[in-house]
Design a protein around this ligand. Sequence first.
Ligand code: PMP
Length: 375
Amino acid sequence: MIYLDNAATGAPSPVALDAYLEVASKHWGNPSSIHEVGYEAKRYLDKARKIILDTLNLTKTHDCYFLSGASEANNLAIKGVAHSFKARGNKILYGAGEHPSVINACLALEKEGFEAIKIPLKDGAPDPDQLDSNSHGAILACLMAVNNETGALSDITAFYQFRANHPKCLLLLDATQAMGKLALDYSKADFISFSGHKIGALKGSGALLVKKGIKLTPLIDGGEQENGFRAGTVNVAGAYCLAMALKESYANLKENLAKTEHLHALLHKGLEALSPFVKIHDHQRQSPYVLCFSTIRHKASVIVEGLSNKGIMVSSVSACSSKKENTSYVLEAEGVSKTEAANPIRVSFGLNSTEDDVKGLLDALEQLFNEVKTI
Ligand code: PMP
């Protein structure tokens, strides 16, 4: 089996999985309990928070709240800001290529009278120049670090400049596809969201990092867990597993990045040789962990299925929307042709990806392009 769909999810790291089992089996207390079993669980929870903030150099500036994943983190930041800061203004800005958990949270707020403004893409990422002109009355800008369908990397320095120039407009950076993969500075974002299962931890874990001093209206009414940001008994083992996975990914970040850059270049070169059949979607700023191309003569969904039948897993648009329709709204927002937007294939690398995976994929693609009926 060749698994090249790591932007959808990846295998848990053995280190993180061991950490999970250790805490889930031996330190299973409720961290809110006021007895020793609870205190023991709380120590692991505090340790997990410290590891995450230390790893990201955010101990002085941010707090860490454990949630079920990036979808929840994005919803909490967006709806929480809207409800807590509505006296400041009623506009929320979001990039045209954001994940559905951002776009649909913004659209849900429109029904409550907020104005959700879509920021066009430039080089595949939210165009920083378009932020200024839409800033009047804006209380939040929701912008991704790396696009999950195309790997386009945002100009985060420009987002921070916008944030500095507009103190009333907070910044949510969706770092789900960057976390543990690229060495980015997150210190100037007000909110940073990410999911555990994309960095070697487990599904159902994730975090929202929040600039110190910001208070958000919670999504869930209930107890005061996570400083009132998230009611419900905390998944301590999941949080500890998340922390260990993040720590591990940062310890190996440089060498993983170099290896992935090599695999990306190898795939790119191989696809160029298949150029009559594919159009590669390149960006000047690009995460090497994702490579997106369109099939020109074949239906991408048929090619993806053909690859799956050969034991090779890639995706056609993101897993979040691939069952509904095949047209990529991200590629549409990049302004590519209709056929290209309707036939995207995403290859995404993980820590276990190899040169043989890339070669296997390229061979299988060549075979399928010659065998499968054209459009
Ligand atoms: N944001 C981005 C950029 C993502 O890629 C994803 C996952 N595809 C999410 C948010 C949501 O993550 P989850 O499904 O783990 O909640």
